[in-house]
Design a protein around this ligand. Sequence first.
Ligand SMILES: NC(=O)c1ccc[n+]([C@@H]2O[C@H](COP(=O)([O-])OP(=O)(O)OC[C@H]3O[C@@H](n4cnc5c(N)ncnc54)[C@H](OP(=O)(O)O)[C@@H]3O)[C@@H](O)[C@H]2O)c1
Length: 369
Amino acid sequence: MKERSATIRADDSPVTSRSPMSPRGRALRIAVLGAGTVGGEVVRALVERGSELVAADGAPLELAGIAVRDIARARAAGLPAELLTDAPAHLVAADDTDVVVELMGGDEPAHTLIAAALAAGKAVVSANKHVIAHHGPELEAIARRTGAALRFEAAVGGGVPVLGPLATELAANRVTAVRGIVNGTTNYILSAMSDEGREYADVLAAAQAAGYAEADPRGDVEGHDAVNKLVILARLAFGVWLDPATVTTIAIDGPGAARPGITGIGAADIASAAALGRTIKLVADARRDDEGSILASVLPTAVPTESALGRTSGVLNRIEIDGEPVGTVAFSGPGAGGPATSSAVLADLIAIARGLGSTWAGLPPAGAA
Ligand SMILES: NC(=O)c1ccc[n+]([C@@H]2O[C@H](COP(=O)([O-])OP(=O)(O)OC[C@H]3O[C@@H](n4cnc5c(N)ncnc54)[C@H](OP(=O)(O)O)[C@@H]3O)[C@@H](O)[C@H]2O)c1
């Protein structure tokens, strides 16, 4: 085991000492914070097929601990009892934790735990779009100062790889626009309204009963979740952290105007669009204008029904990127769900074990827009 300081700070003050982590050699010890829909799948994969999750040029992965709120419930759910704790901060601070996988969700304590891990030079993988979008500049500054990797592929598009390709395979491009359907709940509601001719409130209630929408659905239906994902996409596409509060979510005119997200869409809007061969989708869109400013919005948009966005229904996500010289490329697939999202989290773990650095590795430090 390598020597390292136990000094854990949630701010960005200097860490006293810590040996850099080798991407090869001994196993990386992983602390998973949160074992719900996504965390449960990640834990299961590490327990059941951890030996398969080793790149030829990377370190093995070893599950070191799992933080949950209710240990008895987690044990009853079959999680390894000897690894469970209800003290996530202790797991983050533990000398032999190399990588923190944050899958608790929400703002706090997730934000402080991620910041503390990075400040201590520990790598972090997170699927938490809220924390990455709202605290991105601070977390990037800490990660760059300590050299710790911060990866968050699962925060956008669930199982759909899009941030990695933006930062790596598309690195030779000048990206001019990013747009897509990035919120499965609203897409499910709009698809059901369209297919069944039902009103928004009816479909929302059915989606809540079926578990497709939260009891408090505002984060999804008012567009905040899609805004967070757009902010993260824009960081990779345009090299800036947008302030989520500056992303437009209320249209001046058109379907659902004057109400946030899809909350103003009615059956009449869906029918009017259909009569014109169009389908209403909640489209997240960020583009560079002629002066270099970034224009960003998350708005209900009538797209041609036969277009690729128009045909993206239910909980599928689709993200399109315009770049020069590539033209337009698109990524689509399952935007949510434990197994699909665990694919992106586990890929980030493998990337860390290979020493590939942060999701933005290779790109210049972000500016603020
Ligand atoms: N679900 C998806 O399809 C999906 C897709 C992409 C990204 N994400 C993101 O992935 C993250 C996790 O989502 P999820 O759907 O897996 O959430 P979830 O099912 O609600 O699971 C969250 C887990 O974290 C635990 N937790 C919460 N606060 C805690 C605390 N203070 N201390 C210890 N444990 C705590 C919860 O414990 P209790 O059960 O005891 O409360 C639960 O086990 C979120 O950031 C989400 O936005 C999810």
